[in-house]
Each structure stands twice: as C-alpha cells, then as structure tokens.
Design a protein around this ligand. Structure first.
Ligand code: ADP
Ligand code: MG
Length: 579
C-alpha cells in the first residue's frame, strides 16, 4: 500500500500519540519499521538473509542508526513518511481489526523527527536510484538522490537536543544502552528469521544468527548453555473452538533469575509486557522454583485478531485480550506439560507415549524408563496429550544414613531424600485442602504455652486471620505469652512448639516476592516433615514412597531441590562392566 495521510476520523480513533521519552522508544519504533519493511519485502521477493543493524552511541541519545534490508520507500513518498498520521499500513478503521504490521499509526517518524536530527537513506526496488532526506527538529529538507541500494537506513542524532528538559531526565548512557539491548534481544527472539546485530558504543552487544531457528536466537541472547537447557513448548490440549496457538521455548527450573526480565512474551509476534501473562508463566513454575526466582521463557501466542485489541497503549506494549482467562489457562497448562515431560530428575527419562491403562481422564502419562542414561527426551514428536512424569511402582529396600530411602523400580535403583519427599507430600496436601476450603485444624489436647519475641508477636497479631485459615489457633495470654490451641496436622509431627516457632521465624525472614501464604505453606510442609537423620521403619518408608508415587510432581521439593535420583539398570551394568 502507498503511504497516505489517515483521514482525521481514523487518526482520532488511534490510541494517544507516540511519545518518545527515551532513546529506547525511538529505537523501538525504528526497529518495528525495519521489521515491517522486511516482512513487506519477503512478500514481494524470495530473497532471504534479512538483517537489521542497530548502532547506538551515548546510550542512544547521541546516535541511533537502524539499517534494514526491507522494501525501502519510494522516492515520491519519502517526505510524506515524516508527516503525522501518514502510513502505508492501514487506511480505514476496519483495517485496525486485522492489522498485521507492528506499526499502524503513522506517527513514529514524525515524533522522532520533531525532537532530533534524522537522516534517512532508502532504496525501493524498481526505482532508478535511492533517495535521502534530512529532517531537523521537524523541518524537512529536500529529497535528494542517494547511492543507497538496498533497504533503508535511518540515522537519529542528538535526541532531544531541542528539548533540554527531557534530556535531563535521561538516565546514564550505560543504563539507556542496557534498556536498548534488552529490547533488541526481544525482537531477535520474536523474529529468528531476521539477523539482528546490535553495536553499542562501538562493541557488538548482540548478533543473532537469523537462521529462523529460535533455539539459535536463544543461544545468542542467553548463551548456549541456557539455550540447551530449554524445552520446546508442548501445546496445551486445544479446547474445542479455541483459536489460540502457543509456540516457543521454556527453561527448566535449574535456570532461574531474581527478576522476570527473562520471560519474553509475544502476541502475534508483537512483544507485549502484559503483567498478567508474565505472571501466568511464573505461576506455572510456582512449586518448582524457590520463592522470588523466575524462569526463562520465549513464547509467542497466536491469537486471532478478532480476539485482540492492539490499539490500547501509546507504546503498543499492551494488548487487550478477549477471553484472557482462557489464554492464561492454556499458557499455564502448556508450560506444565512441557516441564512435566522434561523434568530432569537425574537419569529419569520420560516416555512421551502414554502407556496403556493410563488415566486418560486426567491426561496423565506414565513414566517409563529409557534403556540408556539419557536425560533428554527422545526426539520423537511430542505427544498430543500431556505427560506427567510420575514415578513407577517402587519396592522399598531400606534406609541409608537415616536420611535416604533405597528402593528398586522396574528399571534400576532409586534413592529418595526422605525429608524432601515428605515435604513435597505435605505441601501438595496443604495446597489442595487450602484450595478446597481451609486447612484442617487439629485441636491440641491441652493448649501449649509459649513466649514470643516482640517481632513474632507483631507477626501473629498482623496475620491472626491468615494463621487461623492455615489451621493455627494462637491466643494472647498477656506479657508476650501465647496459648497454642490448634495446629494443622502437618505440624504435629515431632515437637509441635519447635515447629510453630520455626514457622514464625521463616515467615519473619521471608522473601517479599513469594506470597505470605506460599511461604507459610512451604514452611509448614518443611517443619512438619520427617527430618534427615531420623530412622524410619519399613512400613513408614513404604507409606512415604507409596504417596510419592501418586504425587504429580514427585521429582522436586517445594523449594525446587530434587527429591529422588535414579540409577538405571543399564547404568549399573555399565559401571560394573557387565557390558
Ligand atoms: P507507521 O509505521 O505507523 O506506519 P511511521 O511514522 O513509523 O508510521 O512510518 C511511516 C511510513 O513510512 C510507514 O507506514 C512506511 O510506509 C514508511 N517507512 C518507515 N520506515 C520504513 C522502513 N525502514 N522501510 C520502509 N518503509 C518505511
Ligand atoms: Mg512505525
């Protein structure tokens, strides 16, 4: 489509104007234009090898240069491109409903040109020569002939030179550059078929291969070892009539970070910072990662444009989804499926083929053990139903160091950490009973008295109701003394008072990223569980292992540490040189 001015009634309906407040905003607009231009070029020609180069100096405030191999601009349209509401990407308001390009407002070039010195060189196939244009603080020069022969290059110098106020609000060059690097990484992940090269302050900060393979893009962004540990998303079971498709890669719980910046989400390949969606991803890892840790993920959601409104945010970073809850549910289910199928219990490997007799109602696959010691999933196509890595039936043999349970399974030897396994069981039970109603509370035969420190008292007073909800009844007795009347059954193992004060101390020391309730559950599960060093009878061990067999996440404790290790028959034979 040719570039044209939007009719005023259309322009009016487009979400509030483009605001360039920092260099990254300008970079984002220019890179989006470059991507749109590359996509356009791909439609008309079959040339592959597309590349977008981004160069910045002074954190982008001094210089931004974005060069692409896209379709270029026709010489006759060059000046028009810098006018407000001039766009080639939509014409009528109906077009907004299916807009497939990243840009659609026709405002970016005008907005950047108003606050900087821009120079554009471009070449459109079929034209006799390339063309160039300079625009300084909104004033356009003459369109000139340029020797440029492929795509477009936009150079933005001295951003905000005519707006000293905004200039003063800029952070340090290093921090603006970090921001820009993060941004370019997102595009590299969203468009693995385009090579992105970021040159920041004279050094190459990112070079994605542009070979169309997302794992290679992930390797460029996060390094090969993280990329190798990531797993391709196994799509959630498609609900009838649902048009949401998910694809991408998620990291295993071993790779986690203290913030959510490694979670990249795209809707129809547009990078979105939708808090709820990001939260959905974090939540899918909830009981596999320690509180306050977040996974790595790069996921694209393909959503029919009818279910989507992209026109709600001036920076186009937010989108509105119809049926948002359903999308969350699908996203979580897909991640859960993927992690269950890939969970790297040492030497455990999961057959993607559900075995006969599997509980199809719950869509649970069965764990089967591969004859080799590979941790990797077999290369076979992922199953259409979810596979949860459940444990096979185990025969308890005994205990080592009063800490580990030794068991035999259909294919080899299992070692189980008794404390962590118990913790997992407690935690799952607490979670599900809390989801159903409140946690069962067990009245003590006689109330126990305990003295609390000032900070413990404060905590108890502040969270009286939540504690009650968790099954803990504490009454003030005066002078720092309290009466403990009831506790959840999980806390009755061993020394009840020590368990309770342990819980209070955990909560006082707690991180602020995990919810109070999550911390409380994990702590109750921990304090109520058998300790390492505690001798267990055979029936006690059997009961523990039997319950673990039924757990849907038997491989890790609520803090994410392994509960179980497996040594396959083949591995044992190899170690003993039987083969
Ligand atoms: P929008 O992207 O919303 O249409 P812009 O102000 O960013 O608005 O760009 C105006 C127009 O200029 C675009 O619609 C497009 O036709 C053209 N244009 C901008 N950058 C490029 C580029 N790198 N390659 C080809 N055309 C471009
Ligand atoms: Mg644009």
């Amino acid at each position: 489509m040719a570039i044209q001015r939007l009719a005023p009634e259309v322009a009016q309906l487009i979400a509030a104007g483009e605001v360039i407040t920092r260099p990254a905003d300008a970079v984002k607009e220019l890179v989006e234009n470059a991507i749109d231009a590359v996509s356009q070029q791909r439609l008309v020609a079959t040339d592959s090898n597309h590349r977008i180069d981004v160069e910045i100096a002074g954190g982008g405030a001094q210089l931004i240069r974005v060069t692409d191999t896209g379709c270029g601009l026709a010489r006759a349209e060059l000046a028009l491109a810098f006018e407000r509401h001039a766009t080639s990407k939509l014409a009528t308001i109906e077009d907004l409903a299916w807009v497939g390009t990243l840009g659609f407002r026709g405002e970016a070039l005008a907005s950047i040109a108003a606050v900087a010195q821009i120079e554009m060189h471009t070449y459109r196939e079929g034209e006799p020569t390339g063309a160039s244009l300079q625009v300084h603080a909104g004033a356009a020069g003459q369109v000139e002939t340029s020797a440029w022969s492929r795509g477009t290059s936009v150079r933005v110098a001295n951003l905000f030179y005519n707006l000293p106020v905004r200039q003063r609000f800029l952070r340090s060059a290093a921090s603006e550059a970090t921001y820009i690097a993060h941004l370019i990484c997102q595009y590299a992940l969203a468009y693995p078929e385009i090579q992105f090269v970021l040159n920041s302050e004279g050094r190459i900060a990112l070079r994605s291969p542009g070979d169309g393979d997302l794992t290679n893009a992930l390797a460029a962004v996060y390094g090969p070892s993280v990329a190798r540990q990531m797993r391709e998303l196994i799509p959630a079971r498609q609900l009838p009539g649902e048009g949401v498709a998910l694809d991408g890669y998620v990291g295993l719980p071993e790779n986690s970070w203290t913030n959510r910046s490694h979670i990249s989400l795209f809707v129809n390949r547009r990078w979105v910072q939708n808090r709820a969606l990001v939260f959905a991803v974090s939540e899918a890892y909830r009981d596999m990662l320690p509180p306050g840790r977040h996974p790595v993920a790069a996921i694209n959601l393909t959503i029919p444009s009818a279910d989507l409104d992209v026109n709600i945010h001036p920076g186009k970073a937010e989108v509105r989804l119809r049926r948002e809850r359903l999308v969350f549910a699908q996203l979580q289910q897909a991640i859960r499926n993927t992690l269950a199928a890939a969970r790297p219990v040492r030497n455990l490997s999961v057959s993607p083929q559900p075995l006969p007799g599997t509980d199809t109602l719950q869509q649970q696959g069965e764990l089967s053990l591969s004859p080799n010691e590979e941790v990797e999933l077999p290369a076979a196509a992922p199953p259409s139903t979810s596979t949860a890595a459940r444990l096979p039936l185990l025969r308890v043999i005994g205990q080592i160091a009063s800490t580990f349970i030794v068991a035999e399974g259909p294919n080899g030897l299992y070692l189980i950490d008794q404390h962590r396994a118990h913790e997992r069981l407690h935690y799952d039970r607490l979670r599900s009973s809390l989801a159903a109603s409140e946690i069962e509370s067990q009245q003590l035969l006689e109330p126990l008295t305990l003295d609390l420190e000032a900070d413990q008292q404060e905590l108890v007073q502040k969270h009286q109701n939540e504690l009650k909800h968790l099954g803990i009844v504490l009454e003030e007795f005066g002078d720092g003394a309290y009466l403990l009347r009831a506790v959840p059954p999980a806390l009755t193992t061993g020394d009840v008072l020590a368990n309770l004060t342990g819980l209070l101390d955990d909560l006082l020391a707690g991180s602020d990223s995990a919810s109070w309730q999550e911390q409380a559950l994990a702590s109750i599960a921990c304090h109520g569980s058998v300790r390492a060093g505690q001798t267990l009878s055979l029936p006690e061990m059997r009961a523990l292992v039997e319950q673990l067999e039924r757990s849907s996440i038997p491989q890790t404790c609520p803090h994410g540490a392994p509960t179980i290790m497996h040594f396959s028959q083949a591995q044992l034979e190899k170690e003993f040189m039987r083969r």
